[in-house]
Design a protein around this ligand. Structure first.
Ligand SMILES: [Zn+2]
Ligand SMILES: [Zn+2]
Length: 338
């Protein structure tokens, strides 16, 4: 088979189109992966709806898991048949100042983003730069591993670098695709995990995921509830609503941090709120391939799994619409049958 299926977008705001394409060639330093599963992420909307700099047609998808099918010149350590995954970070140069400081995600010479600057995983095959590829452990199926390549790494890597210590209060704002993973990771890391979401009915789910306490932000003031618990050392904000984030800032403990992973346009708050308690608000970048690998490894060890709805590749539009509407419980995953 020298041709493959892909769900491409031809213009900003255009529909997903099922097309047949040549299987992409593997260049120097690249690995070709036969895709088995690809998660649908909110950031796929950048490709679907348009973002300056994207060259169309483009195939979205940055939660890719499959089998290495071809290895390009100069690639060391990978062989056809290896299980592999690719996330948002599509690679880095290795020689710029940021890379030499270990901040590969902030590479100054190369901005490689899977499904944005190159075609992603809504297809039978994807070509990725070798440094962007993570090993996938045998214990995880492709469908289990795929959502961990963005939603998983983002929450896990943020929490493990948050500075919170076991036994401290960590709140997770939102119980969607990111939040339902964030609660599991926070709980398994030993934090007193407080889940915050809208509606009393989500309390049972929060408990199932390992939450120590649940706060219903519709009927309760989340800041006041966190204060009653001594304040949160960290609040992991996974929602995409600025006012929901603003409503929890008052619940930070002394030296606490609001860590933002949800793509929010603006945040209405007064910096005066932060001065007395020396609190901070910080963004977090998901991570690079080794962080993905650590995420997968920890998920196996601790039993963390994404709850997924699975649809075949051809129904990418349906999956995308469910994700965008917030109806997905909790991540949408495309399968290719490969
Ligand atoms: Zn993503
Ligand atoms: Zn670099």
């Amino acid at each position: 088979m020298s041709r493959m299926r892909a769900m491409q977008v031809s213009r900003p705001g255009g529909p997903f189109e099922l097309v047949e394409r040549e299987i992409p060639k593997t260049g120097s330093g690249e690995i070709r992966i036969k895709v088995q599963a690809c998660g649908i992420c909110h950031s796929d909307s950048l490709t679907k709806e348009g973002m300056p700099g994207i060259a169309y047609p483009r195939v979205p998808g940055h939660e890719v898991v499959g089998i290495v099918d071809d290895v390009g010149a100069g690639v060391v350590g990978w062989s056809p048949g290896d299980r592999a995954g690719v996330g948002w970070n599509g690679g880095y140069c290795g020689y710029c100042d940021s890379c030499r400081r270990g901040d590969f995600f902030a590479c100054q010479t190369a901005t490689y983003i899977t499904g944005i600057t190159s075609d992603g995983g809504y297809a039978d095959y994807v070509v990725a730069r070798a440094e962007a590829v993570a090993r996938v452990p045998a214990e995880l199926s492709a469908v289990e591993a795929a959502p961990l390549m963005c939603a998983g790494i983002t929450t896990y890597n943020c929490l493990r670098n948050s500075g919170a210590k076991p036994g401290e209060v960590v709140a997770v704002l939102g119980l969607g695709g990111l939040g339902h993973l964030g609660v599991q990771y926070a709980s398994k890391m030993g934090f007193k995990t407080v889940a915050i979401a809208r509606g009393q009915d989500k309390g049972v789910l929060a408990g199932t995921l390992g939450a120590w306490r649940y706060v219903d932000s519709r009927s309760q003031d989340p800041s006041a509830e966190l204060k009653k618990l001594g304040g949160a050392k960290v609040i992991l904000a996974t929602v995409t609503a600025g006012d929901a984030m603003a409503a929890v800032i008052g619940g930070l403990a002394t030296n606490g941090s609001l860590l933002i992973v949800g793509a929010v346009q603006s945040l209405p708050f007064s910096p005066l709120q932060l001065l007395g308690g020396r609190q901070s608000i910080k963004g977090w970048y998901s991570g690079t391939s080794i962080d993905s690998q650590d995420t997968l490894s920890f998920s196996v060890q601790a039993g963390v799994r994404s709850m997924n709805e699975v649809v075949p590749l051809e129904r990418a539009d349906e999956g995308y619409q469910r994700m965008m509407s917030g109806e997905a419980r909790f991540r949408m995953v495309l399968t290719t049958g490969n």
